[in-house]
Design a protein around this ligand. Sequence first.
Ligand code: GLC
Length: 570
Amino acid sequence: MTELKWWQTAVFYQIYPRSFADGNGDGIGDFPGMTAHLDYLQKLGVDALWLSPHFPSPQADCGYDISDYCEVAPEYGTLDDFKQFLDGAHQRNMRVILDLVLNHTSDEHPWFLESKSSRDNPKRDWYIWEDGVDGGPPNNWYSGFGGSAWEYDAATGQYYYHFFLKEQPDLNWRNPEVKQAMWDAVRFWLDMGVDGYRLDAIATLFEDPGLSQQTATRTLTELRTAFAAAFPDAPSETEQSEVAAEYEKLFQYQIMQPGVHELMQELRTIIAEYPDRVLVGESDEISFYGAGDNELHMAFNFPLMRTSRITPQWVRQNQEERLSALPPGSWPCNTLGNHDSSRVYSRYGDGEHDAAQARLSLALMLTLKGTPFLYNGEEIGMADFDMASIDLFMDNLGVWFYHAAIDEVGMLPEEALRLANNASRDKNRTPMQWANAANAGFSPAGVKTWLPVNPNYAEGVNVAEQKSVPESLLNFYQDMLHMRRETPALISGEYQPLHTEAEDYLAFLRTSPEQTCLVVLNMSPKPQEISFDLEGKQSRLVFASEEKFEHLDLSELHLEPFEIFIGELE
Ligand code: GLC
C-alpha cells in the first residue's frame, strides 16, 4: 500500500467516557470500565480512539468545562487507571487521542479563581475582562449557547467574556503566559504517550479586540427556534440560508478572528517534536489545514452531516465541493455523528428503513475518501432518547433552551420540552447498551445512572445479543471494518464519481496503485438495474450486503433495495 500515516489508514471511534462503561457501579462511566472493553473495541476493528474530556470538571458542560488539565476526573479513576487504559489500547494496536479544550476553562479552574480575585491579580489578564457600558455589558455579543456573552462579576465590577456557558470563561490567547501554561498541559499527555488531540472549539479562540457591535437583526433564540421546530427535518432552504446569513452576522466578531492560524501553527510545532502524532480540528474550516501542511492534519467534513436526509446528490455535491477545496496533499476526515449531534440511527433513518439507513451510513463512512470517525453506540444502532422531564436534563444547552422557549418565545412547557429535547445533546449521550439486563448492563441493577438508559436495550439494541445474531448491525460493522483494512483502494484510493445524475444510488470508483474498486450504494427502497461501462470490466466481489456471485458482469448489476456493493475491477 502507498506509504500513509497511521491516522490516514485508521478508523476512529469516539468514546464518551461518562457513558461508555461503569466499572465501579456508581452510575458513571470510568477508565476501569473502558479498559475492560478494549477487547471489544479491538474485535470490532477500530484503530484509534478519541476520548471526550476525561479531566476534572464541575460538569456544567458535561466535561467541556475543565478545572485541571493534567489530572483525571475522580469519578473516572486515577492517572494510573488512565495509563492502564492507554497501555491496554496500545498493546492492542489502537491509538488514543484526547480532547483538547483551549478556548475556555471552567469557572472553577484555579486560574480563573485567581483571575477574578482582584483586578490586579497577576492572572487577571489570563481571561477577557472588560468594563461595562451604560450600566450594561461591554457590547451586544451573544454566547453561542444563548444569552449575553458577558457575565458581570460584582466583586471586581467588570464583565468577563464566555463564548459558551458562563461557567466556561474564555482564556485570553493573546497572553503569552496562557499559551505557556496550556502548552505545558499539551506536553504532559504527549509525554505520557497519547497519540494526538481532537481540538475543541478552535474557531472561537480569538475575538475582535475592538469589541465592535454585531449587526444581526434576529436574536439567537429566534434563530435556534427555527431549527429546533423543524427537527428532525431541516427548515426550508430559503429559511436556512437566511438563518445562516444572520448567524454569520451574529458572531462576526467572535469567530475565526486574526491570530487563530498563527496559534495553530505554534501548536503544530509542539506536536512535531513528538513522532507520529495527530491534530484534528472541530471545525470544517479548510483554512485550518494551513499553508503547506503547517497547521492541523485534518478538519472534519461537517457539511456532509448537515442534513437529515442523505441522498446520492447530497453526497456527490459535498464530495465535489470538499475534495476540490482541500489543499493538495491534505487528507479528508468524515463523520456522521458525535456527542453533539442527533444519533445517526435516528437522524438519517426515515422511520421505516432505519436499520438499512444505518448500514448505508457506515458504508458511506468506510468507502468515501478520508479518515472516518464513528461514535460509540452507533454500531448497535443506539437511537436518540428524549428526557421525560426537564429535571432529567444534564445538558445545560437544553435547559437554557427550555427556559428561553418559555420566557422569550412564550411557548407552553410541553412544547418547550419537545424543542429542548431536540436542541439538547443528552438524547445522544445516554449510557452504552451492553446487554439485555438491568441498566442495559452499563451499571449494576438498582444504580441510578447519570442519564437515563434508553429502554430499547430490551428490544435487541445491545451488544451481548447482537454478538450472537449473525445478521446484526454489530456484526455488519465488524465485517465492514475488517473488509476495509484489507482493501487498499478504500483507504488510499482517489475518488471518482460515476453516474452523476442517478437519484437513487451513489456510485463511485476508488483507485489506488494496487487496485480499483467500484462502490455502489442503493439509497432507495427500490431495486436497481445498473449498467456500468467500465471498458467491459468484470468485478471480483469485495463486499455486498446481499447474496452475490464472486464474479460479476458490471454491465448488468442488480441491486436490492438499500444494497451495498463493493467490487474490485478485474
Ligand atoms: C465543542 C464540544 C461541545 C462543547 C463545546 C464547548 O463544540 O464538542 O460538546 O459543548 O465545544 O466546549
